[in-house]
Design a protein around this ligand. Structure first.
Ligand code: FO1
Length: 318
């Protein structure tokens, strides 16, 4: 049987882990990524795209394994010097990472779109898979919090360490954002077999994609199965604020809530083995459940989950 052609929607560290697993299972022409840019912002005069870079560094084998973001073997001369000069150091950009940001800024300043800038960086890191920003138009995730009122994403996530209580989330600019030619082509590809929603934070990493009207519409009108991997294990998130956010948004921390949230854009949801007892509740949401080990600690775990995801997609294709 030939390898399926897969489009993976992703953002954040959990998404990149499954992305790496998929990259080990599929040839380069059979896998493309559409990546959240709601976390993007400008800092120190540089355009920052954390989820694109996390995926780039992960697929290139350059990611800092413990953090899940940034580069391994990083050095911090510029940031430490900047701090001594009274500059902002709360958002940690290492020396090597800064070089990438300078290159991206230079490329964008020459008139390139973000998609083209990422293609150039992907080539530079020998990553053969397209890493497509969800849009070339700016979309910014903004949280309304009890303590601070309106907080841009990175101020909430990094500066305040996700501590503020979230009352609402907005994806500013999403309503007016268009599809790049590259994302439009990937969604309309007649050879496509499967769409995968990676185990990213649904509210922070996947929702910005779904808030872009033509992207949501294309997913709703899909002609191939779409499978999500549940980011919860036993009612907790493997990493990050998913469970805390669900509490604050008064959503039960269950796989059925994730199935409901993704209603209309997925056909199947992979639950962790610990959550086997939730399968019927997921089915009641009109989504087919499957059960697999979803905690990805080793490369082997990532590849195994990717294989299970592809096999589940194959089952749903019938
Ligand atoms: N995350 C942190 O927790 N602290 C940081 O200082 C930080 C810096 C940073 C720099 C570049 C980059 O690409 C990512 C960075 N991240 C940092 C991660 C990032 O904020 C989050 O992983 C995502 O935005 C959430 O998906």
């Amino acid at each position: 049987m030939s390898a399926p052609k897969v489009l993976a929607l992703t953002g954040g560290v959990g998404g990149a882990k499954l992305g790496l697993g998929l990259a080990h299972c599929l040839p380069s022409e059979n896998l493309a990524f559409v990546v959240n840019t709601g976390d993007d912002f400008e800092h120190l005069g540089l355009p920052i795209s954390p989820d694109l870079d996390t995926l780039l560094y992960t697929l290139a084998g350059e990611v800092h394994e413990d953090q899940g973001w940034g580069r391994r073997d990083e050095t911090w001369t510029v940031l430490n010097t900047l701090e001594r000069l009274g500059g902002a150091s709360w958002f940690r950009l290492g020396d090597k990472d800064l070089a990438l940001h300078l290159r991206r800024r230079e490329t964008l300043a020459s008139g390139a779109r973000l998609t083209q800038a990422m293609a150039l960086l992907g080539d530079a890191f020998s990553v053969p898979f397209p890493l497509l920003p969800m849009s070339d138009d700016p979309v910014r995730t903004v949280l309304t919090t009890r303590e601070f009122g309106r907080l841009p994403f990175q101020s909430y996530f990094v500066r305040e360490r996700c501590a503020p209580t979230v009352q609402a989330i907005a994806y500013e600019g999403a309503g007016a954002a268009g599809l790049s030619p590259e994302v439009a082509a990937a969604l309309a590809d007649p050879a496509l077999d499967l769409i995968v929603l990676c185990p990213s934070n649904p509210y922070l990493s996947i929702a910005p994609l779904l808030a872009i009207p033509p992207l949501r519409k294309a997913l709703e009108r899909r002609r191939v199965p779409a499978v999500a991997v549940c980011p919860l294990v036993g009612g907790a998130a493997v990493k990050g604020p998913t469970a805390k956010l669900m509490d604050e948004l008064h959503v039960p921390r269950t796989p059925a809530s994730i199935a409901r949230y993704y209603g209309g854009v997925i056909d199947g949801l992979i639950l962790d083995e610990q959550d086997r007892s939730h399968a019927d509740a997921v089915r009641a949401e009109g989504v087919t459940p499957d059960v697999a080990p979803t905690v990805m600690l080793t490369l082997g775990d990532k590849i195994t989950l990717a294989q299970r995801t592809l096999a589940f997609g194959e089952t749903l294709r019938g």
